[in-house]
Design a protein around this ligand. Sequence first.
Ligand SMILES: Cc1cc2nc3c(=O)[nH]c(=O)nc-3n(C[C@H](O)[C@H](O)[C@H](O)COP(=O)(O)O)c2cc1C
Length: 370
Amino acid sequence: MSSALFSPFALRDLALANRIVVSPMCEYSAVDGCATDWHVIHLGHLALSGAGLLIVEATAVNAQGRISRECLGLYCDENEAALARVLAIVRRYSAMPIGIQLGHAGRKGSQRKPGDGRGTVPASEGGWQTVGPSALPFIPEWQTPQELDRAGMEAIVDAFVHATRRCVRLGLDMIEIHSAHGYLLSSFLSPIANRRTDAYGGNRENRMRFPLEVFVAVRDAWPAGRPLGVRCNGTDWDERGLTPEDAVDYARALKDLGCDYVDVSSGGNSMAPIPLGPGYQVPFAQRVRSEVGIVTMAVGLIREPQHAEAIVAEGQADLVAIGRGILNDPRWPWHAAEELGGNVNVPVQYARAATREGIHQHFALRTGTR
Ligand SMILES: Cc1cc2nc3c(=O)[nH]c(=O)nc-3n(C[C@H](O)[C@H](O)[C@H](O)COP(=O)(O)O)c2cc1C
């Protein structure tokens, strides 16, 4: 029996060797939005993992859109040059497709990075005024965002377009727009954060309007052959917030606009607890996939190869994103290939380590039972 997880997949002109995606993960290791040597190490080793696709962390489209001072950005020439250097090194040793997640932190910006305590960074320490759909802080102790007016929203759409043009020049293979976890686009979608009374607030259609405007603008600036996906919330886990029905409607609208996949996550618009457990977000991806018929990516505590295999084989999702599991075990796809009998691309330098038998083969080594 061949493995579903290790079957190839295509998004527009982009061919993926398998269904395993390295989930975007903020590293809080940039300087003024510029990637550093840490990104060479971090992205470099994940690019040797054998996954079908690597998505670079949430990358801010303007400086105000960073979650923290240490977040990656793509809003100036220096940012672009720094990422170009990292990508050139990584690509020298890996043919893995590399995408990027573009986003704006909205009212959750100007925060201290993990490990530096919690809370808003004041202007005296390099913090900045945040923005949001409404002048409501995420929690009372955090900064109150400035409510965006139409000019401010247009400037953010422009920033997404400019960042997209930088992605074109960087030769990135795909873009994922971040509209999950309570960041700017997510906060427009969620009634918890969006209390606007204009055409961008109120009913679901209005709350979707700004994220969809961003999607259209990015799609227009991005080459037709390259895929554009969106990360969204399957639920806010909060009775005041987004529901699976919202996710279905949003995915349907995105599909109509040419979205290539939806990556279904959850939470982050409030402090509501998230009932964590293996595959806790998969049912939301499955529902979107079956009701909308759009390509879906499932994510969230998918740690066992057999679990990932079942998600794809049973049609719960088309792609499986792995976050913490692949940080913990950067050869997760190799081990999954061994268990499931799949193929992974392995650099020739590591070929002798790639199978239990230790048989040396060149690139595209076959692992597992033979
Ligand atoms: C260190 C770390 C950084 C993260 N940064 C991002 C990010 O930049 N963008 C995003 O959408 N999700 C981010 N996430 C969430 C992951 O992409 C993923 O959705 C989540 O961890 C659940 O998957 P997992 O259980 O496989 O880790 C991050 C998670 C971790 C652990």
